[in-house]
Design a protein around this ligand. Structure first.
Ligand code: ZN
Length: 262
């Protein structure tokens, strides 16, 4: 995942995963004098929630001596998750928010010249996403994602998930043992009903059949290596609206913005 001269843009939300990842990366980075870390914090505009997390992220960065860059949906896209939730008529704001967050982090990482983007997805997140994609009827998304995402076309900064093999419980334990102050309240918009059901199902399965989550991850890895030789990646053009790389005329975020503007 990492090379000795990487400049890693660490996506820090202020939750237990991203702060644990930041802690660990700071320790690693200390051994590699040519590497660099910058914490990237995205302000989605979620009142009464993100402000607290940003403050926790700020004080963690200060304590660890990591440079921090904050970018907001308001500045980048002219809107916020709160506004999108009001306009999106029933659709879960999580789907918008995820697309915008990825886009925002990629923009910032490109601007600061980062060579990698690190996100705090853990084993539980990854296992849930694999099942979620199956149940959404989108198995190819499993093949396209993974712990290391490199864009051979060079348009997106490579993304890595250093904690993808670590169970959520162990991350919580690590955060408590290291005295990490993290945000523990859930996002007020967090109603991904299907993911919540999958989370409980996988936790039950893990209890009855230890290793279930790892098995899911390994299955996805086998699918990826079988598929990688077959399907060529689509060509990328500049989005007609924002100029970011996309295989279509408009990128996913611009299509979403257009849909809520109507
Ligand atoms: Zn666009």
């Amino acid at each position: 995942m990492l090379e000795y001269n990487d400049h890693v843009a660490v996506a820090v939300s202020g939750g237990k995963d991203s702060l644990t990842m930041l802690n660990l990366l700071v320790k690693l980075e200390g051994r590699f004098p040519r590497s660099r870390l910058t914490a990237v914090c995205i302000d989605e505009g979620i009142e009464g929630y993100r402000d607290e997390a940003l403050e926790l992220a700020r004080s963690a960065c200060e304590k660890l001596g990591v440079k921090q860059v904050v970018a907001s949906y308001r500045d980048l896209f002219g809107t916020t998750t709160d506004e999108l939730a009001r306009m999106s008529r029933g659709q879960t704001p999580c789907s918008y928010c995820g697309v915008f967050r990825r886009k925002a982090i990629n923009r910032v990482a490109t601007t600061i010249g980062a060579t990698k983007i690190a996100t705090g997805h853990n084993l539980d997140d990854e296992a849930q996403t694999i099942l979620l994609n199956m149940l959404h009827g989108d198995p190819l998304r499993i093949v396209r994602s993974g712990p290391v995402l490199r864009d051979p076309r060079g348009k997106f900064v490579p993304r890595i998930k250093p904690l993808c093999d670590i169970p959520e419980k162990e991350i919580v334990l690590y955060a408590y043992l290291t005295g990490t102050d993290f945000q523990s309240v859930a996002c007020p918009h967090g109603h991904e009903a299907l993911r919540n059901d999958i989370r409980s199902f996988l936790n039950q399965m893990e209890q009855k059949h230890p290793g279930t989550k790892y098995t899911l991850i390994r299955s996805a890895e086998k699918l990826r290596s079988a598929q990688s030789t077959q399907s060529p990646l689509p060509e990328l053009h500049e989005c007609e609206k924002c100029g970011d790389p996309t295989p279509h005329e408009l990128c996913e975020a611009c299509v979403m913005l257009q849909a809520v503007a109507v």
